[in-house]
Design a protein around this ligand. Structure first.
Ligand SMILES: Nc1ncnc2c1ncn2[C@@H]1O[C@H](COP(=O)(O)OP(=O)(O)OP(=O)(O)O)[C@@H](O)[C@H]1O
Ligand SMILES: [Mg+2]
Length: 371
C-alpha cells in the first residue's frame, strides 16, 4: 500500500476533536451562557441537547470541556453505564472516589460528589442517554432536581438524538422542573463542505483531493446532514485511493466508500431503542439472514424464542407491530406493501434499509450484552 495520500490518520477518525468547531457558534454560545457561566459563579443549571446523528453534539461538548479544563466538568456515556445511578457512580470514580453501584442512595452519591469536589459546582455531561431517560425516570428526576433535593450544585447536560420530552406526559415534564433545551440542526451541504475541507487539510497531503471530490462527498452526506457520514466517507475514500496506489482521490474511490458505510447504523441511533425493541430488531436480522424480506408473523415467532433465550418476559403481537412502526420511523427497517401474486391480495414485507444484516446483528448483541 502506498502512503501517498494520508499524512495524518487521526483527523479522519470520528473521535478526533478539531482545533476549531465550525458552524456551531450559536450552540457554543448558548452552552457558555446558560451552563458554563453559572458553573463559574458557583451555581448549576440543566440543559437538554438533542439532534440527529453527526450534528456535532459530542464534539461540541468535548470542545467546551477542553476549553474549561479547570472547571469541574465530567463526561459520561450512558450506553456503557446503563442507568443514571451507574452513570453518577462512574462520574464519581473519575473524580477519584470509588463507591459501589449497588445499594448506594442518590443522597449518598450527591453528598460524595459535593465532598469530592470541595463543594465547588460540578457539571456532568451525559451523552447518548435516550434510553436512560426513558427507562429510568426516577433517576432523571433525582438528577434534574439534585439542587433542591440534596442541596448540591450539580448541573447536567443530557444528550440524545430524539427530543426526550416527546416521550413524556405533561405531568412527567412538570415534575422535572425547569430546564432549557437545545436542538442541533442538520448540517447543510455548504457547512459539510467546510467541515470536510478542515479535515482534509489536516489529514491529507496536498494535491491529493480536488475541490470536486470534496463537493461530491458533501453532496452525498447532505441528505443525512451528518458530519459523521461526511468524514467517514472522506476517510474511506482516502483509504481506497491509497490501497489502489493512486496519486489522488477519485470519484470512484468515493463510490467505493459510499457502498461501505452504513449511515443508519450509529450507536446513538440504536441507543434510542429500548432493550425489548433491540431484541425484536435482532429477530428481524435473523429472519433476513437468508432472505431479502420478512413479515411480522415471522418476526413475532423469532422474537418469542429470543425473548426466552434472553430470559425476558414474553411480548405480544401488538408490541411487535408498534416496534416495527418505530423502527420504520427511525429509518432502520423499511416496510413495503407487495402483491402476493395471482390475486392473492397484498402483504407487508419488511426489509433492512441499507444495512448489512450481519453487522447490525453483531452490534445489537454487543449492546444487549452490556445491558
Ligand atoms: N461543527 C463541526 N466542526 C468540525 N467537526 C465537526 C463538527 N461537527 C461534527 N464534526 C465532526 O463530525 C463527527 C461527528 O460529530 P459528533 O460525534 O459530535 O456527532 P454527534 O452529534 O455526537 O453524533 P451521534 O449522535 O452519532 O453521536 C466527529 O468526527 C466530529 O469531530
Ligand atoms: Mg455523539
Amino acid at each position: 500500500m502506498s502512503q501517498s495520500i494520508i499524512k495524518n490518520r487521526k483527523p479522519l477518525e470520528s473521535s478526533f476533536i478539531p482545533p476549531e468547531i465550525i458552524h456551531r457558534k450559536n450552540e457554543l454560545e448558548k452552552i457558555e451562557r446558560s451552563v458554563i457561566l453559572p458553573l463559574k459563579m458557583g451555581s448549576s443549571t440543566n440543559l437538554l441537547i438533542h439532534g440527529d446523528s453527526g450534528t456535532g453534539k459530542t464534539v461540541t461538548l468535548k470542545h467546551i470541556m477542553l476549553k474549561h479544563e479547570r472547571l469541574g466538568i465530567f463526561y459520561e456515556n450512558a450506553i456503557s453505564a446503563g442507568n443514571f445511578k451507574n452513570i453518577l457512580v462512574s462520574a464519581l470514580r473519575s473524580m477519584g472516589k470509588i463507591m459501589p453501584d449497588r445499594g448506594t442512595s442518590y443522597s449518598q452519591i450527591f453528598r460524595n460528589i459535593a465532598l469530592t469536589s470541595d463543594n465547588r459546582s460540578v457539571l456532568i455531561i451525559i451523552d447518548e442517554c435516550a434510553n436512560a431517560i426513558r427507562m429510568d425516570p426516577n433517576g432523571l428526576y433525582n438528577i434534574l432536581r439534585a439542587g433542591e433535593l440534596f442541596g448540591v450544585t450539580v448541573g447536567t447536560i443530557l444528550v440524545s438524538v430524539e427530543d426526550p420530552l416527546i416521550y413524556m406526559s405533561e405531568r412527567e415534564r412538570k415534575t422535572l422542573g425547569l430546564f432549557s433545551g437545545m436542538k442541533f440542526p442538520k448540517y447543510s451541504e455548504e457547512e459539510l463542505y467546510s467541515i470536510l475541507m478542515q479535515r482534509a487539510s489536516l489529514a491529507l497531503r496536498e494535491n491529493t483531493y480536488s475541490d470536486d471530490v470534496i463537493r461530491y462527498i458533501s453532496e452525498i452526506s447532505s441528505s443525512f446532514g451528518s458530519a459523521r457520514v461526511a468524514i467517514e466517507l472522506l476517510q474511506k475514500s482516502a483509504y481506497s485511493a491509497e490501497y489502489r496506489g493512486g496519486e489522488e482521490i477519485s470519484s470512484d474511490d468515493i463510490r467505493a466508500a459510499k457502498s461501505m458505510i452504513n449511515p443508519y447504523l450509529t450507536e446513538s441511533k440504536l441507543s434510542e431503542l429500548e432493550s425489548d425493541e433491540l431484541v425484536i430488531l435482532l429477530a428481524v436480522c435473523q429472519s433476513l439472514e437468508n432472505s431479502n424480506s420478512t413479515d411480522t408473523s415471522e418476526v413475532f415467532e423469532r422474537s418469542a424464542s429470543l425473548f426466552e433465550l434472553y430470559g425476558r418476559e414474553a411480548i405480544d403481537l401488538p408490541f411487535i407491530y408498534r416496534t416495527m412502526k418505530k423502527l420504520q420511523t427511525l429509518g432502520i427497517v423499511e416496510g413495503r406493501v407487495m402483491g402476493k401474486g395471482d390475486r392473492k391480495g397484498v402483504e407487508k414485507r419488511i426489509m433492512l434499509s441499507d444495512v448489512p444484516v450481519g453487522v447490525l446483528a453483531n452490534k445489537i448483541r454487543e449492546i444487549l450484552e452490556r445491558l
